[in-house]
Design a protein around this ligand. Sequence first.
Ligand code: SF4
Ligand code: SF4
Length: 447
Amino acid sequence: MNLLSLFGKKTFPKGIHPEGFKEETHDHQARRLPFPEHVILPLSQNIGKPAVSIVHVGQQVQRGELIAKADGFMSVPLHASVTGTVKKLDLVPNARGGKEQAIYIDTALSSTQTLLSHEHVDFDKLSRKDLIQAVQNTGMVGLGGASFPTHVKMNIPDDCIIHTIIINGCECEPFLTTDHRIMLEQVEYLIRGIRIAMKSVDAPRAIIGVEDNKINVLEAIKPHLPDDGSITIEAVATKYPQGAEKMLVYSLLGEEIPSGKLPSSIGVAIFNVATLAAIGELLPYSQGLIERIVTITGDDLNKPGNYLVPLGTPLSHILEYAEFTGNEAELILGGPMMGMPAGFLDTPVKKGTGAVLVLDKRATKRDDILPCIKCSMCLQVCPINLNPSELGMLAVKRQYDVMEEKYHLNDCFECGCCSYVCPSNIPLVQYFRIAKTLNRERHRMES
Ligand code: SF4
Ligand code: SF4
């Protein structure tokens, strides 16, 4: 089949077409970043409960060793990303502006960093329950940035039948090329991870969705697909936010996930390519997640690229190795649309960190916020048909409850399309994030 004939056909209404800025890194094969002098491993690297430390100050740990156990089902364990000595348990700044508990490990720089070996697991012989437990043991969370525990996503309620799993390989945010490299370099792990995911949710078919700006991914993956058609790959139009769950399901299946419902309500489960490739690599050897591929890109870097980075690596080490030559920069963990700014150089790479974006502060200087001119451009791009203009005006009046109750604030998944097109520079998505946080706090106080 002519691969080009697959391109650009499937998509969703609205959205935007930002410039990609991917050329700087998408051809860079992932390389290992040298081990830092120390790593900082926050106990909370997932949505849900933080892990519980099982190490003490002064303890020697080996790379891959369990250092914090899961605190119940809505939690994942944590493993040492370097061989070294536990230096302290202390607070570390996070990207949300707060602080969180972390295990600090001084790296044994003379060590060979040999991975602790574990028993081999034949996942074909595991029951679904044991398979989900094995996934939890890897410490896996959604590596696309959501950080939702993967084993929880696989634990489908008994009354739900999953007919399709969708593997999200869109990587629609500008600058990011982590998933692109994984789909080229880790095809066997990815296919194995897809088979594990299919078994865990008892799904008969899987579709890998890839934006049509990645023709080499289709060429790389097609020869590895099974002949029975149970796993296929399809191209979708290159458009932002094509990789959002609701958009990708609509593009591939033509179905809508109802407001407030999960994909499982329409028989679908969605996983990111990086998550499944990591499961395919780690689970058969009972290994934990200790490193991940990170796109390091942006302004004033001599060595941008995709790097295999030990979890807990401080941003200062990354900037040093990528040879940052600028004076001042804004650091963003993730992409420019949905990423989080990082204000401290000792902020560590976590499981959900797919990119470190370095932006020259002069280029990120915000223009003045002007009044809404009711141009409706934000309405024309919101992929879930919200009214960002009205929501923005309510946010300014601090009517957060009205935003939630009458204007479906909680359906907003913070893609940032509305802010991107607003000619008045109104930071709509930032308003919505604040409103949601305050509403959550209000509900917590009321309960
Ligand atoms: S940030 Fe929210 S309101 Fe704005 S376009 Fe995206 S989904 Fe719509
Ligand atoms: S895009 Fe900006 S100026 Fe235009 S209607 Fe929306 S909020 Fe108002």
